[in-house]
Design a protein around this ligand. Sequence first.
Ligand code: ADP
Ligand code: MG
Length: 315
Amino acid sequence: MMFVSPRRLRELGIVGMNQRNISLIGDLNPRHLYPLVDNKLKTKLLAAEKGLATPALIGALRTQHDVQGLEPFLEPHDGFAIKPAKGSGGKGILVIAARREEFFVKANGQELTIDEIRRHASNILSGLFSLGGAPDVAVIEELIKPHAAYKNLSVEGVPDIRVIVYRGFPIMSMMRLSTRESDGKANLHQGAIGVGLTISGGRPVNATQFNRRVVEHPDSGADLMSIQIADWPDLLEIAARSADATGLGYLGSDIVVDRRYGPLLLELNARPGLAIQLANNCGLAPRVRAIDDLSPACFRQGPKMRVDRAMSMFD
Ligand SMILES: Nc1ncnc2c1ncn2[C@@H]1O[C@H](COP(=O)(O)OP(=O)(O)O)[C@@H](O)[C@H]1O
Ligand SMILES: [Mg+2]
């Protein structure tokens, strides 16, 4: 573990757990809005209503009876992801990348039988992976096919772009790349790499894995500091619009870029983690203050104007 003194963290403007929980989440995110983002099915419906594109929903399993009837339902789909509606941190997400004869193949080549898929879905319904262990729904989503530009960066999985949006303005972002260790998922706790990206242009500034600095992808050797993100302002605009759609004052908006459909909103988080600061080697506190100092009129502007403003403020 890397150790940095609390004093040094303050100097860097790093926001800690307490500050996040009290001044960001507590003050800006009314509790009644949580269910919208803590449930991936609800988020999808909300996004559709607000005109934000998300990965296509294949279906949702609510009962053991649904689980038994799963096979014909999956028939038309070569690739899909099954996930707990109330999951987080990549827990309980099974990504199937292809079919081979009667098997379902994970990105690492592992073959699963339909019984194993059913067992997984059944575990999801019982709440094994969900917040508080409450019974849950299994969401089945079309497989995201990463854009060619990112294909060799992320090993055995889809990278996503996390954008922290504060009072409607994007203030920090990172790309998360899956690794062999993270099993096709781009979650930092699972071993994915976080590459801090400038708000001004989506250019890489620093990269970490398990909160330690890295410069190349451990599996592919790809140079993390030469990543280029296309259509950067559009991605930030999706993030800014997701803040408007939910009413959350502080949120993490996760976006993927699919090679067929372009940018899609993957999920929203009302309590985004703080490791993004390490990936950026920069704290959130000064950026939060800079937004708070804007004139009231700025907060009434539409998402595009707010993105332009943020891009001019944060490098
Ligand atoms: N439909 C999908 N196709 C391919 N990979 C996916 C899909 N859904 C999720 N993943 C992978 O799993 C990771 C976590 O998914 P996400 O929906 O964000 O759940 P969580 O709340 O657990 O982070 C994503 O970052 C991505 O790498
Ligand atoms: Mg996620």
